[in-house]
Design a protein around this ligand. Structure first.
Ligand code: SF4
Length: 494
């Protein structure tokens, strides 16, 4: 068997960018290191794929021992078909230099049907192309496919008892859409083979394709002429406008013509602040914000976990579930006390049950509840209210007391060049309170906290659980202590 040149994933890579395809084939080691978050997404995808096999149970598995032995899976798959097998997992086919492994191949009374499993909640254009390259390879290998479907997560599913995989997954035929794009597939394969056979790296400038449909893992190579802080960091400027500036030769702020650049007022504040190294302070608005706070102030922050396959009853796929909070209570006389909650990491113990009770107790009945990014905490409180109607009054009492410490920074009432265009607390803190830092903490951001706790719950966490629980507490405590200090700084400013 001739050696395959393209796989399903390299085909999709080629559609995104020919240079990425070339580098992947010739300079694989230059790829950026995958973040722990990305690795968690990959392993989640594998688990979802295995679970979906339950939709068609008792199949035979054509999986290779390892990625480099996929050719053996082609032989195995053909043998399974000859032997009359009706359900084949990881059915692998090769044609015209392309090798593909389909998640589930099923034969029923009408013929063969293909199922590709995705851990996302809808079918994207990329998935259609993914299905099309599979359809092309399978059909040309002599299998008369009657249908091809994407199996994806149904985000409306609510767990109630054991997981019902027939409810958890939605099966969506993409047969008609695949037939529409099928005529383009042979030309694309030929084009990608030519790209791979080239002696030189294809010339391809950076563009919006670097993040679409996936964040490219060769940015470390292609983006190294862009400084850490550039027009690409202008807050809320669309990718199209950024690349339009870039194509006109503008990378650094000092190359911008502010009279013509497509920037709104807040974006201009960011640029001028950087160019003149000047801090903008809108004292009247900050003063109004600070003076309208009602004591005691409850500085509150939630951490949430999420899983593609819901772990707890009354939760949906990918729903963000609260498992931890930190609360600094600040009295008008300056006295500060700290309270916190961190759930037990146990798949049989819903973290929200004890969370809601302790939160209600800790938040008292009067005084503002200050959060950073109100939409997040308000959304989680509304979820809790829907889940625990018996606490409607108490939770609503917290919701109506919410105020957002992010507002002065989001509205640019305070903007320092040190915030480099961001109003996230991770950038606001070092700008206002440089002596306080997340850098010394073991857990430095919410994504890591979320993944860590989720891994503890499902039993895949490898590490010192007791120490890591302390790290989680330290991290969340820092978030609300940072809020106390940021507010203190705002008070001194006005
Ligand atoms: S970073 Fe952009 S230009 Fe470079 S290989 Fe990736 S997609 Fe292509």
């Amino acid at each position: 068997m001739e050696k395959a040149i393209l796989s399903k994933s390299t085909f999709i890579r080629g559609l995104q960018c020919e240079k990425s395809l070339y580098l992947y084939k010739h300079n694989y080691n230059l790829r950026d290191v995958a973040s722990p978050q990305l690795q968690a997404i990959f392993s989640q995808g594998t688990n979802v794929g295995l679970l979906a096999q339950g939709l068609f149970p008792e199949g035979v598995d054509a999986s290779p021992e390892n990625y480099y032995e996929m050719a053996k899976s082609v032989v195995k798959t053909l043998q399974f078909i000859k032997d009359g097998e009706q359900i084949i997992y990881e059915a692998t086919f090769q044609y015209n230099g392309v090798i593909v492994a389909l998640d589930i191949l099923v034969k029923d009374q009408y013929g063969w049907r293909a199922y590709e499993v995705k851990s996302s909640t809808s079918v994207s254009d990329t998935y259609i192309m993914d299905a099309a390259i599979q359809y092309y390879t399978i059909v040309n290998s002599g299998i008369d496919l009657k249908d091809i479907s994407i199996v994806h997560i149904n985000n409306q599913y609510v767990k109630d008892g054991d997981i019902d995989i027939h409810e958890l997954f939605s099966v969506e035929s993409v047969y008609d859409k695949v037939l529409e794009v099928l005529p383009s597939i042979p030309n694309q394969i030929a084009r990608f083979k030519t790209v791979i056979a080239q002696k030189e790296v294809p010339v391809m400038d950076i563009g919006s394709h670097c993040n679409n449909p996936y964040s490219c893992d060769f940015k470390g190579q292609c983006w190294n002429h862009i400084p850490d802080y550039s027009i690409f960091n202008i807050s809320r400027l669309t990718a199209d406008k950024k690349f339009e500036l870039y194509q006109n030769g503008v990378i650094n702020f000092d190359q911008l013509d502010l009279s013509t650049a497509p920037l709104n007022e807040k974006q201009q504040v960011q640029v001028i602040s950087e160019l003149e190294q000047k801090t903008f302070i809108d004292k009247p608005n900050i003063q109004h914000f600070v003076n309208n706070l009602e004591y005691p102030i409850y500085h509150l922050d939630f951490e949430t976990m999420t899983a593609a396959v819901p772990i707890y009853n009354n939760s949906r796929p990918y729903q963000q579930l609260v498992f931890q909070y930190s609360l600094h209570i600040e009295k008008q006389n300056g006295e500060i006390t700290h309270k916190e909650y961190l759930a037990e990491a146990n798949p049989n113990l819903d973290p929200r049950d004890a969370f809601v009770k302790q939160l209600i107790e800790d938040c008292g009945t009067y005084g503002d509840v200050l959060v950073y990014n109100i939409g997040f905490e308000r959304g989680k409180l509304n979820d809790l209210m829907a889940l625990y109607p018996q606490y409607t009054f108490e939770i609503n009492n917290i919701i109506i007391r919410l105020k957002d410490l992010m507002t002065p920074f989001q509205k640019k009432w305070y903007y320092s060049p040190k915030m480099i265009g961001s109003y996230s607390i991770k950038y606001v803190l070092p700008a206002l309170v440089p002596e306080l830092s997340y850098q010394d903490l073991e857990i430095k951001e919410g994504g890591t906290a979320s993944n860590t706790f989720t891994q503890m719950v499902i039993g895949t966490f490898q590490g010192d659980i007791e120490k890591t629980r302390k790290d989680l507490l330290e991290y969340c405590k820092m978030d609300t202590f940072a809020m106390v200090k940021i507010l203190e700084k705002l008070k001194t400013i006005v």
